[in-house]
Ligand binder design. Structure first.
Ligand code: AP5
Length: 225
């Protein structure tokens, strides 16, 4: 990572279950960047019972998109924290044209721009299985899957040794289908936005997690050199 340029701003685009969170956490460790997931930030607001969280909860439970106003306020707060100075991996943001334009403006005000937007290309049909088999460590948030990514020792988190796990309220087949629809209607058009900016990359995200991580690592190493 160059120390002389503006902080890297990497965007992972992809439908629910594409592996954005899984890959963002691996890139975070490898490149010393900070994963910034608007889904996680919104779930924290819901858990804290803030006004934004209360407004977001019904929409999230139905698989729709939370308003740009709420998401942008949460995102700006988080991007202003000092640990993001080296660079961020945006996981689940932006998701609408309004969010993408607001991000471009925010970065331009600080003399920066999006470094790369990487589209994780997957088959929708496989995403329901991926999402409904997902669970995470209740202590550190490490992600697992009933079939595709189990802890090395059953019932114990590989990363922190925690023994409590949880599943998301919106990880059911019906809500995943609504989330897939929202992705194709409102988020997939952003691929053209980043292509026009000359920062778009794409990767086949249907293979094994480690192979995808290797391909992503090559892209991120190239764009942030
Ligand atoms: P969010 O939390 O962002 O959810 P999402 O986009 O639906 O994405 P997921 O977290 O479901 O999937 P992922 O791509 O991260 O997959 P993962 O790596 O976990 O958003 C939730 C809600 O919040 C939205 O519906 C919306 O309401 C709201 N929201 C959030 N951001 C917003 C915004 N900007 N604007 C408006 N509203 C917003 O992988 C899934 C599973 O598959 C895991 O178990 C994993 O182990 C497994 N897996 C991963 N890769 C592979 C692989 N290659 N092979 C096999 N299994 C794999």
């Amino acid at each position: 990572m160059s120390a002389t340029t503006a902080p890297a701003v990497l965007i992972l685009l992809g439908p629910p279950g594409a592996g954005k969170g899984t890959q963002a956490r691996m890139l975070e460790e490898k490149f010393g960047l900070v994963q910034l997931s608007t889904g996680d930030l919104l779930r924290a607001a819901v858990a804290a019972g803030t006004p934004a969280g209360l407004a977001a909860k019904t929409v999230m439970d139905a698989g729709g998109l939370v308003s740009d106003e709420i998401v942008l306020a949460i995102l700006k707060d988080r991007m202003g924290e000092p640990d993001t100075a080296r660079g961020v991996i945006l996981d689940g943001f932006p998701r609408t044209a309004g969010q993408a334009e607001a991000l471009d403006r925010l970065l331009a005000e600080a003399g920066g721009r999006v470094t790369a937007a990487i589209s994780l290309e997957v088959d929708d049909a496989a995403m329901v299985g991926r999402v409904s088999g997902r669970y995470t460590c209740a202590d550190c948030g490490e992600g697992y899957h009933d079939e595709f990514k189990q802890p090395a020792t059953a019932g114990t988190c590989d990363k922190c040794g925690g023994t409590a796990f949880k599943r998301r309220a919106d990880d059911n087949a019906e809500t995943v289908r609504a989330r897939l629809e929202a992705y194709h209607a409102q988020t997939a058009p952003l691929i053209a936005h980043y292509q026009a900016m000359g920062v778009l990359d794409a990767i086949d995200a249907m293979g094994p997690i480690e192979a995808i991580a290797e391909g992503l690592g090559t892209i991120v190493g190239r764009v942030s050199a």
